[in-house]
Every structure is written in C-alpha cells, then in structure tokens.
Design a protein around this ligand. Structure first.
Ligand code: HEM
Length: 557
C-alpha cells in the first residue's frame, strides 16, 4: 500500500543508480513484452480498425481522453462489432461489441481464459489495496463467493429503510437551501455525498456525516470526487504497474514522487486518504467488536453491514479461511470506489435527462405520488419500488443509453477462438470465429452493445423510456446479451460483473422516488458536458478537465 512506501528512504548515489536501473529495467521489460506480443498478434492485423496516429501511443490518445466519447461512437459506427486498435508501441487491442463473442469472453471457463488485465489488478492493488477490484484467478473467486450473499435480493430488501433514512437527510438539506425559492444547485456534489453515505452506511455501518446541513465536505468525499478523473488521466502510467510489482513500497513511492506527473502525485495523495480512512474505520470497528456484541450491534447498521458481518465471521474463522486485515480494509476501499461515482453519475444523468424532458418528469412524479397514495403515505418498500413500471423504464433507459462505465477490460490468458454472431470482413476474407492470441488486451464495448441500432432499432441512440413499457424488438432477445442486468451490458456479465448492480438500482429508485416527488428540476443555462473516464462524469463546458459538477435548477414542490 502507498502509505508503507517511502519507509526509511536511504539517500546515496547508490540509491539513485538503483532507481535509474529499476526504471530502465521496467521500460526494457515492457518493450520486450510488447515486441513478443506483436509477433504473437500478427493474425490480428487483418481485423478492421482505425489507422494508428502515433508510433508510440497508437490510437490511445484518441481513445482515452476526457472528450473521447465521440471517437468511441465513430469507431463503433465505422468499423463494427470487432475492432482492432493500436496500443502502446504497436500492440494490438480488440474492442468487442459482438454479443456472441462477448458471451464467450465473459463466461468461458468462469473467467479462467479471459480475466482482468494484470496492469489493472496491480495498479488497483497499489491504490486501493487487495479488494475485489484487485484480485485475479482463485483469489478473486474466493473473495467473490464470500461477498456475494450481501448483494442478494434478500439482503437488498432489508436495506430499503436505511436507504430512505439517508435520502431523507439529502431531502432536508435541499429543502433548507431552497427555502427562498428555486435556485441553481451544484447537484453532483450532493449526489456524490449521497452515494458515499449510502455505501458507507449500508456497506460498513459508518457515516462520514457528508449530508449534514452545515454542508461541510469530509476530506474523504473530496478524495473520492477526484478519484475517477485522476485515475483516468494516468492510464499510461498504470500500464507500467506490473513491471514494478516486485519493487519495495519505499522505492515505488520514491519513483512516483520523482516522476514529473502532477496527476500521479494527486493520485498518490488520494490513495493515502482512502487508505487512512479505511484503516481508521477498521480500527474503530475492531474496538467495538472487542467491546462485545452489545456495542457492536449499536452501530448505524445494527452490525448487519457487509464489513461487520465479515469481521465477526473472521473472528471465528480458522486457518486459510481467515481473511488478513488488509483484505478487509481493501474491501472497504473497493466498495467506496466502486459504488460512489458510478451511482452518483447514474442518478445525476437521470435527473438531467428529466430536466430536459419535463413531460417524462411529470409522468414519473405522478407514478410516484400514486404509489405513495396506495401505500398510505408510508415509505415505499422494495416491492412497491419495484412495481413502478415507469420508474423502472426511466432507470433502465438511462443505464442503456448512458452507461456510466463504457468499457470493461480483459486480457486473454491462453490462445483461443471465439465464435461471432455474424461474419466479420477482414483484409484476409470473412471470418466467422475470431482467433485471440494469448496476451491480447480486450475492451468490452458496453455502450456499443447498449446502443447498437441492429439490436435496439434506428432510434437506439435516443432516450425513450417508453421502449421498456412495450415488448422489446425480437432482435434484443435474439442478440442474447450476456449482461447481468437483462438485455443491458451496463453492469457487464459473468464472474467479474458488477457485484453491486442490484444495490445500484435500488439506490437509484429510492433516490428518484424522493427527489422527483419533492422537487422539480430544470436545466441551468450552463452547458453540461459528459467527460469520458473510468466513469463518465458531468462538467461545465470550458472548465478544468478534472473538475466535475452538474449545476441544475431545483424548485420545491
Ligand atoms: C450505476 C452504478 C454502477 C455501474 C454502472 C457499475 C458498473 C460496473 C462495471 C461495468 C464493472 C466491471 C465489470 C467487469 O469488469 O466485467 C463493475 C465492477 C464492480 N462494481 Fe460496479 N457499478 C455500479 C455500482 C456499484 C455499486 C453500488 C457497488 C457497491 C458495492 C459496485 C461495486 C463493484 C465491484 C466491487 C466491482 C468489481 C467486481 C469484481 O471484479 O468481481 N458497483 N461495476
């Protein structure tokens, strides 16, 4: 972990030479690996794709920048469902939106043939610790099996009252802010705090007090807000992470500090904040646990949150079943990272769309009000929330057209062939199955499938919730989309799909049912642009690429 780095940094010429040699060895190992994979990947050269624009970075600078969404749409439209991209030093990458190929990639061998790439796992380990987002192979399967029950429908049902309580806090804050009439509110900030509190309270029985009426921002909240834009901007450095896997922590920190990259330095400081707070929460909970069952069950979540249950089970677990403390703190950081910006981005996008579609907003408000009348004005339970057809359609349509995460990355661990739904024209003729050499990096094109006009029809790019109120076109069922949320790739599919997908939908529904009932939303005069990153986030046109915000006019009803 980053805070262990830089312990006892020796300072001598020898160390400087050591650092220089280590950096050289990283670069040499990378060049060697890429040269070897280029030879292995010769068969991929015939796959259609955009011409490379740089000998060093190929198409990466077009593919991974904050305004890259247009480029993604362009290559999907121009080159189709299987695209070859040029990566660093000519390495081939595949961008896939063919659903038959995706089914094989995501499900084949339960993740044994295609797993998350080493550079993602290794850099996540360094930044957020050994949680689910950092583990591969059997370690991942073991952690996933242990955590899965907490994300079941049964557990989600029990979380509904807690979600209402947290969202009520936001209600109070906004009511106070708008006491003098409609106002422009920077809503993304408040939705980020809401998502943080929801995952902190439901996932670890902890509060950062981010929704206090004083409006003070917790430093953790600030760190989380900067996390996604910052990590998205250091993709090239993250790719070097496996080469530095064996470096002692102090050398890694020294190397990071010496590199002239302000974004890397920002990332290191964010990672320190996340780790510091995860350890602090863990220590506070350990003290409660040591104080006995009574104290432990007096937490916000009555001891039923994921981390409390894990810690309690861990106390009695023996030998290899026992999780090291670092894996528990790593899991906390993982949920906070995985569950905050994704959810706040989805809720923000929905509210902005409703602001631009007042008739859809009114229709949704009416459905929510009717549901409250039927429930005798008491908080809506899980089934009542699930029973609102238009709310469900609004959430699904937003997650379809605007998935907060656009790509899921995989690497091929062994030479393999995957079948295609339809033949792909290559420079060597049509192919009906795709040979993927070992070591090839792939990007699952989530948006490409969700907005494929041959699956969804000619209006695939349009936001039209009504499409989910009528039977979907047959082409949707025929496509057999392998997403964990039916017919959508938004939460990916297979053994590495989003573990929080049911919680995310619950959060969206509870939040919208409160906010749309109590407030009316209309667009601000400021133009909102959505910036591509690991998670797509809103900003005001013309502002700093790392800053995220979404001003919107809010009026009390
Ligand atoms: C709208 C909200 C969300 C979206 C769009 C989203 C999307 C995704 C996607 C695309 C993946 C990658 C899957 C892959 O590589 O195949 C993922 C993984 C993950 N998500 Fe979410 N997510 C959301 C909310 C959440 C929430 C609320 C949590 C809370 C716990 C969460 C926790 C995770 C974790 C832990 C992983 C890693 C799973 C693994 O590797 O086994 N996500 N998510």
């Amino acid at each position: 972990m980053l805070t262990d780095i830089l312990r006892a940094p020796p300072s001598s010429t020898l160390v400087w030479r050591g650092v220089a040699l280590s950096v050289l060895s990283v670069v040499a190992a990378l060049v060697f690996r890429i040269a070897r994979s280029r030879i292995r990947q010769a068969s991929l050269w015939k796959i259609p794709g955009p011409p490379s624009v740089s000998l060093i970075t190929g198409n990466f600078s077009q593919m991974f920048n904050s305004s890259a969404s247009k480029y993604h749409a362009h290559i999907t439209r121009t080159y189709g469902r299987v695209i070859r991209l040029t990566g660093l030093l000519g390495e081939s990458h595949l961008v896939i939106s063919d659903t038959k190929a995706l089914t094989n990639i995501l499900l084949q061998g339960q993740g044994a043939v295609f797993d998350t790439p080493e550079w993602v796992l290794e850099s996540n380990t360094r930044i957020i610790g050994p949680g689910l987002l950092s583990q591969g192979g059997v370690h991942h399967r073991r952690q996933r099996k242990m955590l899965q029950p907490f994300f079941s429908t049964k557990h989600m049902r029990s979380l509904v009252p807690l979600c209402h309580r947290v969202i009520h806090q936001l209600d109070v804050v906004l009511q106070q802010k708008l006491a003098d009439g409609p106002k422009e509110v920077e809503l993304l900030d408040w939705l980020g705090r809401l998502a943080l509190e929801l995952i902190a309270q439901a996932g670890m029985g902890y509060t950062f007090n981010s929704l206090s009426p004083s409006g003070e921002e917790h430093e953790f909240d600030t760190a989380l807000k900067e996390y996604m834009p910052t990590i998205s901007s250091i993709i090239f450095l993250r790719r070097l992470a496996p080469q530095a896997a064996s470096w002692p922590p102090w050398l890694l920190r020294l190397g990071g500090t010496l590199l002239p990259s302000p974004m890397l330095h920002r990332m290191m400081s964010i990672a320190d904040t996340i780790e510091r707070h995860s350890v602090q929460i863990f220590q506070e909970k350990s003290a409660l646990l040591a104080g006995g069952d009574d104290e432990f069950t007096h937490q916000l979540s009555e001891g039923k949150d994921i981390i409390s249950v894990l810690m309690r089970a861990n106390m009695t677990a023996s030998g290899e079943d026992r999780l090291p403390d670092s894996e528990i703190t790593g899991q906390m950081a993982t949920f906070l990272i995985g569950g905050t910006d994704t959810t706040s981005s989805a809720i923000a996008r929905t509210l902005l769309l409703l602001a631009h579609h007042p008739e859809a907003q009114e229709r949704l408000r009416k459905e929510i009000n009717d549901a409250y009348v039927s429930s005798g004005d008491s908080e809506l339970d899980y089934d009542e929330l699930a029973g609102m057809a238009y709310l469900d359609a609004v959430c699904r349509e937003t997650l379809r057209v605007y998935p907060p995460v656009n790509f899921a990355a995989r690497v091929c661990r062994a030479d393999t062939s995957v079948p295609l739904s339809e033949p792909v024209q290559t420079s060597g003729g049509a192919i009906s199955s795709l040979f993927i050499p070992q070591g090839t990096n792939l990007l699952m094109n989530i948006g490409g499938v969700n907005r494929d006009p041959r699956i969804w029809g000619t209006d695939a790019e349009e936001w039209r919730p009504e499409r989910f109120l009528a039977p979907l076109p047959e082409s949707v069922a025929e496509a057999r989309i392998p997403g964990v949320l039916s017919n959508l790739m938004t939460f990916s599919g297979g053994p590495r799909s989003c573990i929080g997908f049911q919680f995310a939908q619950l959060e969206m529904k509870v939040a919208l049912s409160h906010l749309v009932r109590a407030f009316r939303f209309s667009p601000s005069t400021k133009e909102i642009v959505w910036r591509y990153g690991v998670v797509t986030t809103p900003s005001v046109e013309g502002t700093d690429a790392v800053g995220t915000e979404m001003p919107i006019i809010v009026e009390r009803i």
